[in-house]
Design a protein around this ligand. Structure first.
Ligand SMILES: Nc1ncnc2c1ncn2[C@@H]1O[C@H](COP(=O)(O)OP(=O)(O)O)[C@@H](O)[C@H]1O
Ligand SMILES: [Mg+2]
Length: 455
């Protein structure tokens, strides 16, 4: 080994580095996760490539360009980015394999590309042939979209330098290879190095870069989680592969609000924007079926009505099932316990299944009352009126607690044509009364049940 080479052992689970091999990572405790890596010194020093100023300057002497964001011509996508793409930003797009990340990226590039605006798509997963076949299917064919199949990061970076695309996509981070590092593509060091080099390139050239990363269910070995703090923006593309709806969620954004979401529908010709998600999620709602209720969830600044469904049936198991899709399972378990205790419903020996229709995920406490009333409706076998929406957080004593942005939610409820809305009494007191909708304030879960299931 040459003297300049350095050997380290890198944990593939957490990225921790040690100088000696060990059977178990001292940082995260994972067994057999340390992999030997040799680093060759880089031919060009990183200092020369750094986009950052060596000398501090007065902040007011820097002329910051206002309004330089540019549109991708996909309204949903722009909104998630915080109003368009910021030059020089590095955006990570994470998601399960097959969810539609490559599809989305091709469509975004097509939106940006135009006369004199060339864009570059680097794929380490597909051949140029495959990309072009996909482009035809998606009808995203343009002479301004350049595609290349490449995994060598040195080549990728020099391509970006010479082509100077308006936007660049690297699909995916797990396939890129930096020759200075001996480990295989997808290892912690390779993934990290790829992100750092793209970040430096993006900042220096002002080319926005999208970096695609696969996330696996088991918490992602060398996955995007590792990169979250290194990039400017992290978007997760989620949804159930068997459903048509896909949600793009910003979980970190240096240039805009987080928790903003965009809703798409996967079609044969690619992803179509869903401008009115509430209508889409409610389109197949059964009427007069016990266990179904509509609630108003707030995703970022956007209210979305979703249908919660519950099924309750006698269990033949010692530990009855609690199967939950699209909601926090612990939250459901907690609310079921509250129902047992405060509403006197004997749910203990019953299997409980919960689902959010349309394959979406809602994770805020304001849907608690929706969960409680859906389960209660299924348990009592009494349907909830199709004209009613419920919202409210539920506490451990069964009290219905205030929710934020109630006015925005109620406005959406009205817009979607519902005539009645159950909400926390405290919230109701604080908000103006809109016309055309009957608002009912409730203080606790029993009161809510009294309104929804009159004897
Ligand atoms: N020929 C096709 N017709 C319709 N849909 C397709 C076709 N090929 C792929 N898809 C859809 O595209 C999805 C794959 O999207 P892709 O962008 O490759 O995902 P990712 O890059 O996240 O792995 C598939 O799950 C499928 O829904
Ligand atoms: Mg892909």
């Amino acid at each position: 080994m040459k003297k300049t080479e350095k050997t380290v052992f890198v944990c593939q689970a957490c990225g921790h580095q040690v100088l000696k091999w060990m059977g178990r990572c001292p940082e995260c405790g994972r067994w057999d996760a340390l992999v030997e890596e040799t680093r060759r010194p880089r031919p060009v020093s990183r200092g020369a490539l750094s986009p950052f100023q060596a000398e501090p300057v007065a902040v007011d002497s820097v002329c910051a360009e206002e309004g330089v964001r540019f549109s991708t011509h996909m309204a949903e996508f722009d909104r998630v980015l915080g109003g368009g793409l910021v030059p020089g930003s590095l955006v990570l797009i994470g998601g399960d394999p097959g969810i539609g990340k490559s599809t989305l990226m091709l469509q975004v590039l097509f939106g940006v590309a135009g006369k004199g605006r060339r864009v570059l798509y680097v794929s380490g997963e597909e051949s140029v042939n495959q990309i072009s076949m996909r482009s035809r299917r998606l009808q995203t064919v343009s002479p301004e979209i350049l595609v290349v199949s490449e995994i060598d990061m040195n080549a990728v970076l020099s391509m970006a330098e010479s082509i100077r695309p308006r936007v660049m996509v690297v699909d995916s981070v797990q396939t890129m290879f930096n020759p200075e590092i001996s480990s295989a593509p997808g290892s912690v060091s390779q993934v990290r190095e790829t992100a750092v080099r793209l970040m430096l390139m993006a900042k220096r050239t002002a080319i926005p870069v999208f970096l695609v990363g696969h996330v696996t269910k088991e918490g992602a070995i060398a996955g995007p989680r590792l990169l979250e703090h290194m990039v400017d923006t992290v978007l997760y593309f989620e949804g159930d592969r068997n459903h048509v709806y896909r949600i793009l969620r910003a979980v970190k954004n240096r240039f805009g609000s987080t928790n903003e979401i965009g809703v798409f529908e996967m079609k044969e010709q690619g992803l179509a924007e869903v401008a009115n998600p509430s209508a889409a999620f409610l389109s197949e709602r059964p009427s007069g079926s016990p266990g179904s209720v509509v609630t108003a969830s707030l995703e970022g600044t956007r209210p979305i009505l979703v249908e919660l469904q519950s099924l309750v049936s006698p269990s033949y198991l010692a530990n009855p099932r609690r199967t939950v899709l699209g909601l926090d399972a612990n939250r459901v378990a907690l609310l079921v316990a509250v129902m047992e205790k405060k509403m006197g419903m004997a749910l203990m020996g019953l299997d409980i299944f919960m689902n959010v229709a349309g394959g979406v995920r809602v994770d805020e406490p304001a849907v608690d009352l929706g969960i409680v009333t859906a389960v209660a409706s299924a348990f009592l076998d009494v349907p909830i009126s199709a004209e009613t929406v419920v919202l409210g957080e539920v506490g451990l004593t069964g009290e219905v607690r205030a929710v934020g942005h109630a006015q925005t939610r109620v406005a959406e409820v009205r817009k979607m044509g519902f005539s009645r809305c159950l909400l926390p009494k405290t919230t109701l007191k604080r908000m103006p009364k809109p016309d055309g909708i009957h608002l009912i304030g409730v203080q606790n879960v029993s009161e809510a049940a009294g309104v929804l299931f009159p004897r």
